[in-house]
Design a protein around this ligand. Structure first.
Ligand code: GDP
Ligand code: MG
Length: 735
């Protein structure tokens, strides 16, 4: 035997419980193995479906023997030869019989064999008797009182002392709170019944004695008139001498055993066995050992035993324990999910856990259910408080998990939406631009919103307020709209780029054409078409401005139509058009600059001059003769061409003799212009006043220097042509 366990007698720590379980040892220590015993015998899982019975009586009156016969237990009994006290402290054992005399016994009957008391003069014994009676009454439904037949009527006997103790203790325990007073059954087993005096007579004698005892005990104020029947029911049985009438003893014990089945009251009648529901102390079996230990602790330390407080303490302890147990099962489901989510978010790549809602809400539901089943048997107030604690613990964790999930779904959804729209647009562009941006956006938005909604719905638990993720859903939609806005902006930019390219190409052709006309000295090659005013060099800018405004108006129409088709706002369209006009002007200016570039313009001037010099009024090439006024024609043609240089240097309309109304054409900057909208725009003189460049400068196509330079170079070229003509005239003559 391990010394450590000597305090609990010969009780094994995790043993076979051969003789049951010693609840209280001879040192008055409570045995912590009681719960293990209840688990082992599977009583612990029975809820309220168990019964606790204690036996009281003097030493060596055959109590243990009786229990062993009734319930198939193996409590130690005094050997016939040694005759010394065997039962020490309080032992507990589960009924090992299922039926008795053909009747089904109640489930899970637990019997407590209490050490008997004899030498009532010994103060110590009295003390233990009182303590064990308190303990038994606080826990047991039935108190078996074991007495010899010949003790009946001996009012002064040891048993009467015991009963007095029981009544007093009962007062102490239950009478304070009259409403919840549980009844107890005092069941007298009269041993060595000779049969001479019938049981009914013995019964009457006992009841008389009990009433006498009851009247002798001092009662608390207000309860002086209370009767014994208010608190106790009585039961009686008589057994013959075990050794002298062995067989009859056995059969009577079996009959007695049959009475240990559940019963109920039907009016004044009793039906079934002696175990009535009202005797039950309502301590759930899985809390019995903790409760018993608490009770015993109070008793041993002579504290006032307050059962409601004990029940509350028990409820707190057990509810906490049950809470921990059910959380373990919850953890096995939740911790892997929590870890996965934490890991992913640590890496900055939040993930949407598959089937999270189903798994987590199932774990939650199971957890609550398991808690409810076990814990609801305990003190209602404590239970509902602990239930709330558990719920807030669980829901706190779920909330974190769910919000993480929604955040991940949000992020994934926005990314998927943006990517899908971009891809569809790209594919559409590849396929020749035949796509509807607004349609793509609304389709993708619908798809993405549905996926998000499915996720949110899977997390929503009916009737649970915090799982109503309305604001998160709104936030998601708002962000999709924001992203749509950005994508639309990109789309507007792409559209703008396409339209600008178109403008550039159109302007390139048209302006190039106008400049090419300069090459012909008569303002155009060949005769003007029927009905048209002959083009002159002087209205070059009018023609360019006209073609420019036409091209831009057309481009504006294209841009606006298309932009509106994908739900661009009026402000966005307005900004786009404003940008388009500016960019078009810049493109025009660049094209003109290209045309007036030194090499290009010099060539044109030379052609213009040659045309005037080499052809006569009718467009017929001149054959120079020495008599011709070559110098006169030369001077006239040269001066005529030279007038082009100042004309070309300034964009000035012939009609108004002024620069075109560029400021009006471009218009004021619209209020919808946002940061970044202007970044890629070239400043325009006169339009962007703060740029320090005037409209005058904007309209200057050739600087003064370049002009001078061009004049000099053109003259040299013209001179060359003149010399050549002169030579050919002389040569023609000599030929
Ligand atoms: P306990 O101390 O009350 O538990 O008594 P035990 O069960 O240990 O029995 C004490 C002695 O009484 C033993 O020697 C038994 O054989 C004897 N005994 C048991 N049952 C009876 C009975 O019905 N009548 C008599 N006279 N003796 C019995
Ligand atoms: Mg005994």
């Amino acid at each position: 035997m391990n010394g450590h366990f000597s305090a609990v007698g010969d009780q094994p720590a995790n043993g076979s419980y051969e003789h049951g379980c010693q609840v209280i040892d001879e040192e008055k220590e409570f045995n912590p193995n009681l719960n293990d015993y209840l688990q082992t015998t599977r009583v612990a899982e029975a809820g309220f479906n168990y019964h606790l019975i204690s036996v009281f009586g003097s030493q060596s009156t055959g109590k243990s023997t009786l229990l062993n016969h009734l319930f198939g237990t193996t409590f130690s009994v005094m050997s016939e030869t040694e005759r010394r006290q065997t039962t020490k402290g309080i032992w507990l054992s589960k009924n090992k019989r299922e039926t008795s005399s053909g009747t089904k016994m109640a489930d899970n009957i637990l019997v407590m064999d209490v050490e008997g008391t004899d030498g009532r003069e010994r103060g110590e014994d009295q003390d233990f008797e009182r303590k064990s009676a308190l303990f038994a009454l606080a826990t047991s439904e039935v108190l078996l009182i074991n007495i010899w037949e010949h003790q009946v009527g001996l009012y002064q006997g040891a048993n009467m002392g015991l009963l007095k103790t029981v009544f007093e203790v009962n007062m102490q325990l239950f009478l304070k709170d009259k409403n919840s007073t549980p009844r107890s059954l005092l069941f007298f087993v009269i041993r060595d019944h000779l049969g001479v005096t019938p049981l009914s007579a013995l019964q009457n004698t006992l009841i008389q004695d009990l009433t006498k005892i009851w009247s002798s005990i001092s009662k608390p104020q207000g309860l002086e008139q209370s009767r014994i029947e208010d608190y106790f029911d009585f039961g009686f049985a008589a057994l013959p001498h075990k050794i002298l009438q062995g067989e009859k003893f056995e059969s009577e014990v079996a009959n007695l055993g049959a009475r240990f089945s559940t019963g109920h009251r039907n009016g004044a009648e009793l039906e079934g066995g002696i175990l009535l529901p009202e005797y039950h102390r309502r301590i759930p079996a899985d809390g019995l050992s903790v409760y018993a230990e608490g009770i015993w602790d109070q008793i041993v330390n002579n504290k006032d035993l307050d059962l409601p407080t004990q029940q509350e303490l028990l409820a707190q302890f057990r509810c906490d324990e049950i809470s921990r147990e059910v959380l373990l099962a919850f953890d096995t489901v939740l911790i892997p999910l929590e870890e996965k989510q934490a890991e992913a978010s640590k890496l900055g790549k939040p993930i949407v856990l598959p089937d999270l809602g189903a798994a987590a809400s199932e774990a939650r539901e199971k957890c609550f259910k398991a808690f409810e089943v076990q814990a609801s048997r305990y003190h209602k107030g404590v239970y509902s408080r602990k239930k709330q604690e558990l719920e807030s613990k669980i829901d706190g964790r779920l909330k974190t998990l769910y919000l993480g999930q929604i955040a991940a779904a949000h992020k994934a959804g926005v990314a998927a939406f943006s990517e899908a729209v971009s891809n569809k647009v790209k594919a559409g562009q590849k396929a020749g631009g035949g796509y509807e941006f607004a349609e793509i956006v609304s389709n993708e938005k619908k798809k993405t919103t549905e996926i998000f909604k499915t996720e949110v719905d899977s997390l929503t638990i009916e009737g649970v307020e915090w799982t109503n993720f309305v604001s998160q859903s709104q936030l998601f939609e708002a962000e999709l709209d924001e992203v749509s806005g950005k994508l639309r902006k990109d789309e507007i930019r792409r559209l703008a780029t396409r339209v600008e390219r178109w403008v550039k190409s159109r302007l390139g052709d048209a302006v190039g054409l106008e400049f090419n006309k300069l090459g012909s000295g008569r303002g155009g090659s060949g005769a003007p078409e029927e009905g048209q005013k002959p083009a002159t060099e002087k209205d070059l800018w009018d023609r360019i401005w006209n073609v420019f405004t036409e091209v831009v108006r057309e481009a504006e129409g294209r841009f606006a139509d298309r932009a509106k088709s994908f739900d661009a706002s009026d402000a966005e369209v307005e900004v786009g058009l404003w940008r388009l006009r500016r960019k078009s002007w810049t493109a025009l200016r660049e094209k003109i600059e290209e045309e007036v570039m030194e090499g290009n313009i010099l060539l044109k001037l030379r052609e213009n001059f040659e045309d005037k010099f080499r052809y006569d009024e009718a467009g017929v090439p001149r054959i120079w003769r020495p008599t011709d006024d070559i110098e006169g024609i030369y001077t006239k043609a040269r001066e005529s061409t030279l007038t082009l240089i100042p004309l070309l240097s300034k964009f000035k309309l012939l009609s108004s003799q002024k620069a075109p109304e560029l400021v009006e054409f471009i218009g004021a900057q619209p209020s919808g212009v946002e940061a970044g909208d202007e970044e890629d725009l070239t400043p325009i003189g006169g339009v962007d006043e703060e740029e320090g460049k005037s409209l005058e400068e904007e309209m200057t196509m050739l600087s003064e220097n370049k002009r001078q330079d061009l004049v000099v170079r053109f003259k040299k070229t013209a001179d060359g042509v003149y010399v050549e003509a002169k030579r050919s005239a002389i040569g023609g003559m000599t030929q």
